[in-house]
Design a binder for this molecule. Structure first.
Ligand SMILES: [Zn+2]
Length: 93
């Protein structure tokens, strides 16, 4: 998705605010009984999880930013490979 497609749905003043953040969205957060996820910037991901209505738990978060995932994040395959390497190293001691 092009990151200019959505702007952050959070309000600068908090949940009852009136001024939308407007930063490019990086995350989509699923809600229950609502068709559209909330789209939020990195600065508002935590506050949306804590304060928005109808957030699914555990959270279901999609990546809206460029590429497949955040720059520092690993794929599940990479995580499994690193875990395997870690546990093999521990077993050899
Ligand atoms: Zn924001």
């Amino acid at each position: 998705m092009d990151d200019s497609t959505y702007c952050c749905d959070a309000y600068l003043e908090g949940p009852e605010g009136e001024t939308l953040c407007g930063q490019p969205t990086m995350f989509g957060v699923e809600r229950t009984a609502v068709d559209m996820p909330l789209h939020v910037c990195p600065d508002h991901l935590g506050s949306i999880l804590m304060h928005a209505d109808r957030i699914a738990w555990p959270p279901i978060i999609s990546w809206d930013g460029p590429g497949e995932r955040p720059q520092n994040a690993l794929s599940l395959e990479q995580v499994r490979e690193l875990d395997d390497q870690f546990f093999k190293g521990r077993g050899a001691r």
